[in-house]
Design a protein around this ligand. Sequence first.
Ligand SMILES: NC(=O)c1ccc[n+]([C@@H]2O[C@H](COP(=O)([O-])OP(=O)(O)OC[C@H]3O[C@@H](n4cnc5c(N)ncnc54)[C@H](OP(=O)(O)O)[C@@H]3O)[C@@H](O)[C@H]2O)c1
Length: 272
Amino acid sequence: MELNKNSKFKLNNDKEIPVIGLGVYQLENNSEGEESILHALKEGYRHIDTAAIYGNEDIVGKAIKKSNTSREEIFVTTKLWNDDHDNVEEAFNESLRKLNLDYIDLYLIHWPVSSRNESWKVFKKLYNEGKCKSIGVSNFTVNHLKELMEKTKIKPVVNQVEFNPFLFQKELLDFCKENNIQLVAYSPLTKGQRLNDENLLEIGKKYSKTSAQIILRWAIQHGVIVIPKSGNKERISENLNIFDFNIDEEDMKKLDSLNEDQRTSWDPNEVD
Ligand SMILES: NC(=O)c1ccc[n+]([C@@H]2O[C@H](COP(=O)([O-])OP(=O)(O)OC[C@H]3O[C@@H](n4cnc5c(N)ncnc54)[C@H](OP(=O)(O)O)[C@@H]3O)[C@@H](O)[C@H]2O)c1
């Protein structure tokens, strides 16, 4: 797979999504946060992942404007928060206003709360009106996806879930591939918790890469989009520098075998 930092994967509605994006969870909604996003855009990131609940859609919009990069070149994802399912359209418009954009590239149901399938109808309306170019879900299990697909002709383009070698969700990945739903890995760096793992450090040494670079590359070689978060300029650059090497099959298997079903966020099987 020949990939570079501008590579994109095709979604099931023929739109394209950049293989790497900047996650902005916990980036402060201030000028420092804005600087981090601006740095990422300067370095070549063309995909930003935010959410209404992160409270920082404003700085995403500001950084995009300041970057002087054309709107069409940047892929912006935001998400409907759990408390807003009664007013989906209002919540969507509020996100659009804070982002100061005319459209959103990808709007996601953040968690599979009980009203998810009803809310999907409003998502379809927003999609058909062109207010968001693609619609998808997050934290959906195979069962949630099956249930939604039975009820709808427009299926989600992506499912954004926690995914890294310590939470290698193989069954979900296979199901999404079979159904042409793109998996997006959140907390791809285990929120920083496992970057000192000896196996990662050892494989990193072999390729002269850091643990972070190894696990991002591992996910992309599995055909999964990654959205690592960093507010630090060096680490933002480091995380993008993963396109000049290839992890061989043996090391891919080693990384696969690190799975411990370790979650850093809620378990979607237990959310309602
Ligand atoms: N859909 C959902 O429910 C959901 C849930 C969680 C996250 N997300 C999305 O996924 C994105 C990423 O997930 P995440 O923020 O939970 O965790 P993550 O990307 O796995 O890890 C971020 C942490 O790792 C550190 N870090 C980043 N690059 C590093 C590097 N090269 N070396 C060492 N440490 C590094 C960061 O610190 P510094 O900032 O100091 O570099 C931060 O503490 C979020 O920002 C958000 O957009 C979605």
